[in-house]
Write a protein that binds this ligand. Structure first.
Ligand code: UDP
Ligand code: MN
Length: 334
């Protein structure tokens, strides 16, 4: 009996040992496997990262190649599509400074025609002289915005659209002067106070229908931009009503000039509700989301900024007259 018990204890001990070894081995293996899996996972992520970078490089090179091909197909630069830049502008203290900055940008762009449209009853001396000295190919137009459509000094800037009739005057000039059967042209609406990277103009140069890209410092965001998936625009990264068909700022798109002739009535509406100006215009051109060509590296680069210039104060002019008998010379143009 004691012998049997002895055996039983041994047997029990052996079984326990075996079970323990089995567990130890398995557990050991498990952690090894996990470690190995983790390593593989990290490795995969590294490769995936490299692949994403290479794909980006490839896209960029393909784009450069496409641009070079396009240029070779148009060896004479005068045969490149002309970029028609439509700029509404109005008289204010900062006007000449804004126009000077914009002019110096545009002077660097080949095959460009600047359509400057003054919001005024008549063409002003300031803008007339400024354009005469500009060394740029330009057209000078004017059309006043009726008083009831003007923004009051105290109004928030989104209350009424600005530059509407002026952009339409630019479109009318194009319809009267551009020949879509012989010319190649792209139309871009460039406000006088924004900031433009020169690369932007080459991005839009070969627009087939409508090119789109992000705009920096707009909509109370760092940027707004089209949401792009597999090279297609799927929606809009905007805070304000992203459900708009084209939730895009004026600075964020360019159109092929020939579109103006397919929809000869298309223009900007002065009656649109807040944020509807661009969307309704593109809709009136018969554009669909499918027509949009995402530029600026799949809409990942900011090449234009919706900058706004601080209003200058002249509060010392009066004080100057009171204290010294005269202020700044009104004959000196600012
Ligand atoms: N503009 C105009 N008449 C006006 C106000 C503005 O022609 O009464 C022009 C302005 O020079 C600019 C464009 O319209 O080129 C857009 O105006 P603004 O920059 O004031 O608009 P925001 O930047 O506030 O959208
Ligand atoms: Mn502006």
């Amino acid at each position: 009996m004691p012998l049997r018990l002895h055996k039983l204890i041994w047997l029990f001990f052996a079984a326990f040992l075996l079970a323990f070894m089995w567990l130890f081995l398995n557990f050991g293996l498990c952690t090894d496997e996990i470690r190995e899996l983790e390593l593989k996972d990290r490795h995969t992520r590294v490769i995936e990262g490299q692949l994403a970078r290479l794909q980006k490089q490839r896209d960029k090179l393909l784009k450069d190649l496409e641009y070079e091909r396009q240029k070779q197909a148009n060896p004479d630069t005068s045969d490149l599509p002309i970029i028609y830049v439509i700029t509404p502008t109005y008289a204010r203290l900062e006007q000449k400074a804004e126009l000077t900055r914009l002019l110096y940008t545009l002077q660097h762009v080949i095959n460009l025609h600047w359509i400057v449209v003054e919001d005024s009853e008549t063409k002003t001396q300031l803008v007339t002289r400024f354009l005469q000295k500009s060394k740029l190919s330009y057209t000078h137009l004017n059309v006043p915005t009726p008083e009831e459509y003007k923004l009051a000094a105290t109004d928030p800037n989104w209350l009424k659209p600005r530059g509407v009739l002026q952009r339409n005057a630019g479109l009318k000039w194009l319809r009267d002067n551009f020949n879509p059967s012989t010319g190649k042209g792209v139309v871009y609406f460039a406000d006088d106070d924004n900031t433009y990277d020169l690369l932007l103009f080459e991005e839009m140069r070969f627009t087939r229908k409508v090119s789109v890209w992000p705009v920096g410092l707009v909509g109370y965001l760092r940027y707004e931009r089209p949401v792009v998936k597999d090279g297609k625009v799927m929606g809009w990264h905007t805070y304000w009503r992203p459900e708009r068909t084209f939730a895009i700022d004026m600075a964020g798109f360019a159109i092929n000039a020939s579109l103006l002739f397919k929809r000869s009535e298309a223009k900007f509406s002065i009656h649109v509700k807040r944020g509807g100006l661009e969307s309704e215009f593109l809709t009136s051109l018969g554009v669909t989301l499918d027509d949009l060509e995402p530029k600026a590296d799949g809409c990942t680069k900011i090449l234009v900024w919706h900058t706004r210039t601080e209003k200058s104060s002249l509060k010392n002019e009066e004080k100057m007259i009171r204290k010294y008998g005269q202020g700044s010379d009104p004959m000196i143009e600012v």
